[in-house]
Design a protein around this ligand. Structure first.
Ligand code: GLN
Length: 477
């Protein structure tokens, strides 16, 4: 095994035994060979990350010497953090996001920053100002989005693990498309301090890793209360690695019938149903259940999330952050900066969001959207009375072709249909590789759980992963 093929835990052990330099050179070589094809990392210059003082003493923390790539919307002190947008070009945060503080505190090394859809708006990584990311399993296909750079980087072995963010599926859908593990924690579980906001009532940071064990290892450091994020929860953080055991006897698993309807690719459906059979064989109880308001989820999300996005993006005006286009008057400077700085999808969302919040339309759209969001939350609350986890596909299809949906925003939005509900309800959800199409594209299933019960997701995912043994398969690069 080459060092770049190692998982996060193995990388840590390797760095402790052989020293970080051996790991670093193997990864750098891999990045230099493959990143020009994949465009998964946007910053990976040697000088960006050589300076971690903790590397001198690998014994210094539980993640000592573990290289982690960071999505370009999570602030890293002293490194440009641009959300893959022209408007944030040159924005160098003077502070670390809470998750970066914690990872660095445990000895991990920020090892490159990941490409993404501009401001995390998208499901394909085609809206990035840095150009599209390619799927390591098929370079003609998208890696998913918006954390597609993170998922592609992990799948291709450029880094053992990465951080993503998930507002409507951005960790899970790219994880599924690239054949890796992605966990969106419960809303409030991980501090959003230092995450450049998209939809503040949805956003969560989470791990993208090669296997379930690594996700559990990272969660230990990501989770926890932080007074600087008022929505961060005081819940105690369990030791997630204790959930790494094969044990689903008596676990009640619900298959939401709305997730298995029209538009679902037959190969996706088959692999998820086979996973359900495996769970049944291992002693879990499989039931079909109803989440009746699911058909409204995409519409509600694209009202409420864009409303939040439009107000969050108001701060990018050329005055405080990033780039500025000079002009004769202040108003003209704002206009030119925003006109030049935002890409087409960001503009679409700013317009949509401003529209649904505007006087006269607020009641018809935004308020109505919030009401239906409550109904969707209640669907989940009701489900937890009879099941412990929900099992579904992560996305209705495998990775689609670059360009296939770019000119049809509605088709793109519909690809989020299975991931959006967990964000609307705030529940944790995990995507696990569960098979391959005949043409060799990875497929993912989704496990959703009760609020703050990431442990059951990790246990159920670990059990299946060990049983079907397909994680860790490498793309033919
Ligand atoms: N694809 C969804 C969107 O475009 C979700 C993005 C995300 O989770 N950041 O909004």
């Amino acid at each position: 095994m080459k060092p770049y093929e190692l998982t996060l835990r193995e990388s840590r052990d390797f760095a402790a035994a052989e020293g970080f330099d051996a790991l670093r050179s193997s990864l750098l070589e891999r990045i230099e060979t493959l990143n020009p094809k994949l465009n998964a990392l946007v910053r990976f210059k040697r000088e960006d990350w050589t300076g971690s003082p903790r590397l001198a003493s690998p014994a210094g923390g539980e993640l000592a010497g573990v290289p982690i790539a960071i999505k370009d919307n999570i602030c890293v002190k002293g490194l440009e953090t641009a959300c893959a947008s022209k408007i944030l070009k040159g924005h160098v945060p003077p502070y670390d996001a809470a998750v970066i503080e914690k990872l660095k505190g445990a000895g991990a090394v920020v090892f490159g920053q990941c490409n993404m859809d501009e401001f995390a708006f998208g499901s394909s990584c085609e809206t990035s100002a840095f150009g599209p990311v390619r799927n390591p399993w098929d370079l003609e296909r998208v890696p998913g989005g918006s954390s597609g750079g993170s998922a592609a980087a992990v799948a291709a072995g450029l880094v053992p693990a990465a951080l993503g963010s998930d507002t409507g599926g951005s960790i899970r859908q790219p994880a599924a498309f690239c054949g890796v593990v992605g966990l969106k924690p419960t809303y409030g579980r991980v501090s959003r301090y230092g995450l450049i906001a998209f939809g503040s009532s949805f956003d969560q940071i989470g791990p993208i890793t090669k296997n379930v064990e690594d996700a559990a290892l990272l969660m230990k450091f990501l989770a926890g209360h932080d007074a600087r994020d008022s929505t961060s929860a005081p819940e105690e953080v369990p030791d997630y690695t204790k959930s790494l055991r094969r044990d689903v006897k008596g676990l009640r698993i619900g298959l939401p019938e709305e997730y298995f309807g029209a538009g679902l690719d037959p190969e996706v459906e088959k692999s998820v149903r086979e996973a359900a059979d495996v769970y049944r064989r291992l002693g879990a109880e499989i039931k079909t259940i109803k989440l009746p308001h699911t058909p409204y989820a995409v519409a509600v999300y694209y009202i409420v999330a864009v409303a939040e996005a439009s107000s969050n993006l108001g701060r990018f005006d050329g005055v405080r952050f990033g780039s500025r286009i000079a002009a004769d008057s202040l108003k003209e400077m704002y206009e030119k900066t925003r006109e030049e700085g935002f890409g087409a999808e960001a503009k679409r969302r700013i317009l949509l969001g401003t529209f649904v919040l505007s006087a006269g339309y607020y009641d018809a759209y935004y308020r109505q959207g919030q009401k239906v969001r409550t109904l969707i939350r209640q669907d989940f609350q009701k489900a937890w009375e009879s099941v412990d986890v929900l099992l579904s596909p992560t996305a209705p299809t495998p990775a689609f072709k670059i360009g296939e949906k770019l000119s049809d925003p509605l088709a793109m939005y519909l690809s989020d249909i299975m991931t959006i509900p967990a964000n609307l309800a705030g529940v944790p959800a995990l995507s696990l590789p569960c098979g391959f199409t005949r043409s060799g594209l990875p497929l993912g299933l989704q496990l959703m759980g009760r609020p703050f019960d990431e442990e059951t997701l990790i246990r159920a995912a670990y059990t299946l992963e060990q049983e079907i043994g397909i994680t860790g398969r490498k793309p033919p690069l």
